[in-house]
Design a protein around this ligand. Structure first.
Ligand code: PFF
Ligand code: NA
Length: 435
């Protein structure tokens, strides 16, 4: 198998994992799902799921990756559980589907950069979105986005992913902070904050179960967990370090940026007089473009915003492609460049329907997020909690300085709460998709 690459620096790993987590999930998907699901009550449920369901499963991925030093599929035989290989196969398929439409949305973002520069969306934000989101142009920019991603993955771990993440992550954070401050000055800010940040306890009590399925899908999607990205990234870890601390930092960074995205988008919704939840899958784009049109300096701010979003989307897309490419390289032994070229061709073709009809995009998104991702999460929790627990505790404890009950607590959280919640939401979501 030869010697595998490893991360050049400790910071490189953290930044690449954060780069994977932070993306369209935070800026595009989180605000519109939150808006559709009632605002602040959704935010509360989502935050709980990220911390108590998403993070524990992410840690299972890190442990498997670091112990096996293999791609998602070979990781399981490498640690002595070949039967669980299915997790890696399902993860790769999930990643393949996600990337196929993620790139389409990435292509929208590129078009919005041009739209901001040329003022093309100033006539009607609604009409512009319609034009951007389906047609030959959509397919063309989808392809452009995929080629950008392939370019970086093609360079390999150290030169591609790590260098890109080091550069991109800090600029994403800085530019978004700037925009959140900018949004605070909008006339709709107070109303936006109220909708987004002050949960109504009665609603929370009555709707928590209804909110759960969508919140769980978003929690896994946003943390890049359930696909095997964190197995693959963990596999490039050479040294003993606290996986718990790393996982926590990654979760915190991702959550801050999602919350920050909401602090930008919700004031804008209200400043525009748009009822949150009315816009569907295009809501974030339509409302933001509308705002950038009417507000002073809006076109410049819009350009900056969509450039940030593109950078964030690219680092996430790299991570998915890396799962697929590292699997192909380790399985077939073919060169990285060929593995990359072959995968992106397949991804482009599979994603084509979603570039021509938003209906398909919604279906792909529902199948990948609400079913496959959660299935991957459930299998990882069952495996980590019930099958691999003893070894998992040993691996998890390396580099850990915190009290000894922490690893045991982690295993018990996986065994019961994570398994129960994920079984419930998976069941609900499957009923939903079938209907
Ligand atoms: N976490 C990314 C986001 O929030 O945009 C999306 C993503 C990346 C999902 C990698 C799944 C994945 F494996
Ligand atoms: Na995210």
């Amino acid at each position: 198998m030869g010697s595998r690459e490893t991360w050049a620096t400790r910071l490189g790993f953290i930044l690449a994992a954060i780069g994977s987590a932070v993306g369209l999930g935070n800026v595009w998907r989180f605000p519109f799902i939150t808006a559709e699901s009632g605002g602040a009550a959704f935010l509360v449920v989502y935050l709980l799921l990220v911390a108590f369901i998403g993070l524990p499963v992410m840690l299972v991925e890190f442990v498997i990756g670091r112990e096996s030093k293999q791609n998602v599929v070979d990781a399981f035989p490498a640690i002595g559980y070949g039967n669980w290989k299915a997790i890696g196969v399902i993860g790769s398929i999930t990643g393949f589907i996600i990337l196929s439409y993620y790139s389409v949305v990435g292509g929208w973002v590129i078009q919005y950069i041009f739209g901001s520069l040329t003022g093309a969306y100033t006539g009607s934000a609604e009409a512009y979105f319609g034009q951007v989101s389906s047609g030959l142009n959509t397919a063309g920019f989808d392809l452009l986005f995929i080629l950008l991603v392939a370019g970086v993955v093609g360079f390999g771990v150290r030169d591609g992913l790590e260098r890109a993440a080091k550069l991109l992550v800090p600029s994403v954070v800085g530019l978004m902070l700037f925009l959140a401050v900018y949004a605070a000055t909008l006339p709709g800010a107070a109303e936006g904050y109220a909708y987004y940040l002050s949960p109504n306890l009665a609603t929370l009590r009555s709707d928590a179960l209804a909110i759960l399925p969508a919140a769980a899908g978003q929690a896994f999607f946003t943390l890049s967990t359930g696909v095997g990205v964190m197995i693959t990234y963990g596999s490039y870890l050479d040294e003993d370090r606290s996986l718990l601390r790393d996982g926590f930092v990654i979760m915190l960074a991702d959550t801050c940026i999602a919350v920050l995205a909401g602090l930008i988008v919700f004031p804008v919704f209200f400043a525009q007089g748009i009822a949150p939840g009315d816009g569907g899958i295009g809501a974030t784009f339509v409302s933001l473009a509308g705002a950038f049109t009417t507000l002073p300096g809006g076109r410049l701010v819009g350009t900056v915003f969509f450039v940030i979003l593109l950078l964030a989307a690219l680092t996430s897309a790299f991570s998915i492609l890396e799962v697929i490419v590292s699997f192909i390289i380790d399985t077939t032994g073919i060169a990285r460049s060929y593995a990359t070229a072959g995968s992106v061709a397949g991804i482009f073709i599979v994603g084509l329907p979603t570039a021509f009809d938003l209906q398909y995009l919604t279906v792909y998104d529902a199948i990948a997020n609400n079913v496959l991702l959660l299935l991957g999460g459930l299998l990882l929790a069952l495996f980590g909690g019930w099958v691999y627990a003893t070894d998992a505790i040993t691996e998890f404890s390396k580099g850990l300085t915190s009290p000894q009950f922490i690893p045991k607590l982690w295993i018990w959280v996986l065994r019961v709460p994570v398994v129960v919640v994920l079984s419930y939401v998976l069941y609900q979501n499957i009923l939903d998709v079938i209907q």
